[in-house]
Design a protein around this ligand. Structure first.
Ligand code: G3H
Length: 540
């Protein structure tokens, strides 16, 4: 079949979708507030899949269900339930011992595992993630939860002793921040929602979470697990249009901690709408325009393989994706040709197809936006150098390799978050360095080379501009034990299994002058186990 026909027929007839991957319509009419699963009787927001089917003579996204379009009042009800459970830090959850909280989280992880198949299928249908990557997202999340419990034990062991300094004795531990609002992104609707929600919970915060804009239904199967695993009000859900439900929540001033992964624009709005922004702790994962820099001596096969995967895994919809490639002019044409050829070999199709990499996009209108940016680049003198690059069919956008990408065009500076790869030839290494310095973002960069001296010369300026410099490897968040953060407009706070525990808590101490009377008070409290905080219990 010719490429054009293949793109034309990318969407299967419903009857041709393998039985095990078909998705029944889900009207997600349940929500969790105050420990109870309630039934929503109000209006719904329709869930459109990136998978299209013919409708009125053209391909249109299939409607696979709906979820509650909550009112501001309902959103505030969910928030108040969260605040009640926290009870100014006096609730059973924030005062519970670490061992107890770990047991609740592990109970949740066990129940979550049972839902793997359902959640994985919904990841494919709601956001178009491939089967392999959807499974990886699920398994990585469960591993993250387990690793979090182990990291907390480590942290707690360190805090299970008293310290004495200058005649003062103290026990120093980490205490929760309070009412926490968690909002994840659509590209990792499970993993990145849970990468903040689980550490927030386990540190004793009470959480209200709103699913991402796309990838809502996939959290439905986990509501029961949340309700059963945690005390009432410790986890609550809010659904609906961000502006109507999150606006009032932030304006209430009841949110102590905001965990948000998404755009910088939304993050700014959220922060500004808190009546006392100085009281709000933020953990933010925002945009990025991670560059790859290909030095003249680089192993081009390796660089092409890493950059194709770095730029186009999940269709480039990763904050860590390589979003622009600078190649030394002496190898630029060779690199660009090999890159285009490698892209042409990528299999595209439905998320459940074997070996597929490129799939349809979940954001309405995204293919058209990308096509516009590609047209703008072409008008400025760039070319699309892979066959049929930029062809649109419904929600599908065929990857486009744009070469040479031109300064001043949208693709050069803006985060495309989609399957378009701008490649820029450079003569002088100061060009990519200046680019990184002037970028609005500062997450990661990738250097490809073979000369240790030249690589070292780049490492030193770059580590003060971005938070991870990858050598001969694509940019990525993992392993999850490593710190994940960014400078400038890319992030606030650091996430990793152990860093997240710190991000969602604050060092707090109980201290007293080291007198005989105070020693006796401390040792009686410890002996009689009358405090969960002041305790020398050691977690094995
Ligand atoms: O969207 C941003 C993600 O944090 C990227 O994570 O590098 O594991 O795909 P990843």
């Amino acid at each position: 079949m010719r490429l054009e026909e293949k793109i034309d027929s990318i969407f299967p007839r419903v009857e041709d979708i393998p039985e095990q991957f078909r998705q029944k319509r889900i009207d997600q009419n349940e929500y969790l507030i105050g420990g109870k699963i309630h039934r929503w009787e109000g209006p719904f927001i329709e869930v459109q899949s990136p998978i299209c089917a013919p409708k009125d003579g053209r391909m249109a996204p299939m409607v696979i269900g709906g979820f509650p379009s909550m009112t501001p009042q309902k959103a505030l009800e969910a928030l108040k339930a969260t605040a009640r459970a926290y009870d100014s830090g006096r609730g059973p959850w924030p005062t519970m011992g670490v061992q107890g909280r770990i047991e609740h989280v592990l109970r949740f992880a066990r129940a979550m595992r049972e839902k793997r198949e359902e959640v994985v299928r919904l990841l494919m249908w709601e956001i178009g993630k491939t089967l392999k990557d959807s499974e990886k997202e699920f398994d990585r999340t469960v591993d993250y939860i387990i690793d979090t419990t182990e990291a907390l034990k480590d942290m707690d062991r360190a805090g299970s002793r008293f310290e004495k300094e200058q005649g003062v004795m103290a026990q120093i531990r980490r205490a929760p921040l309070g009412v926490t609002l968690c909002m994840g992104p659509y590209n990792y609707p499970l993993n990145e929602t849970f990468a903040t929600l689980i550490p927030a919970l386990i540190m004793g915060n009470c959480v209200l979470f709103k699913p991402a804009k796309h990838g809502v239904l996939l959290l439905g199967p986990l509501l029961e697990a949340f309700a059963e695993a945690f005390p009432p009000g410790v986890v609550n859900t809010v659904y609906g249009e961000g502006a109507s439900v999150i606006g009032p929540i932030m304006e209430s001033g009841l949110v102590d901690c905001l965990a948000f992964i998404g755009s910088d624009k939304v993050a700014d709005t959220l922060k500004k709408s808190h009546p006392k922004p100085h009281r709000l702790r933020c953990i933010l994962g925002l945009g990025a325009k991670n560059p790859a820099v290909i030095l003249p001596e680089a192993d081009l096969d390796l660089a092409v393989a890493e950059c194709v995967s770095g730029a186009l895994s999940f269709n480039g919809q990763r904050c860590t994706a390589i979003k622009i490639i600078f190649v030394h002019e002496s190898v630029a044409q060779r690199f660009a040709d090999a890159f285009a050829q490698a892209v042409e070999k990528l299999k595209f199709g439905m998320p459940w197809e074997d070996g597929v990499t490129v799939t349809p996009l979940p954001v309405p209108g995204k293919p058209q936006t990308l096509a516009q940016w590609v047209e703008e680049a072409k008008a400025a003198g760039s070319a699309v150098i892979n066959a049929m690059g930029g062809t649109v069919n419904g929600t599908y956008f065929h990857p486009a390799v744009v070469y040479p990408a031109i300064k001043g065009t949208t693709l050069y500076t803006k985060e495309q978050f989609g399957p378009v790869v701008p490649i820029v030839p450079y003569a002088d290494i100061t060009r990519p360095i200046r680019y990184i310095e002037h970028s609005a973002y500062g997450q990661q960069a990738a250097i490809f080379g073979a000369d240790p001296k030249k690589i070292a010369e780049l490492i030193d300026p770059l580590v003060n501009q971005v938070c991870r410099v990858n050598i001969n490897s694509q940019c990525q968040r993992g392993p999850d034990a490593f710190p994940f953060t960014g400078r400038k407009g890319s992030a606030e706070g650091t996430l990793s299994v152990s860093d997240a525990l710190r991000a969602f808590s604050i060092r707090t101490l109980v201290a007293a002058k080291d007198t005989a009377a105070n020693r006796e008070i401390f040792s009686r409290i410890v002996r009689e186990r009358s405090s969960n905080f002041l305790s020398t219990d050691y977690l094995f």
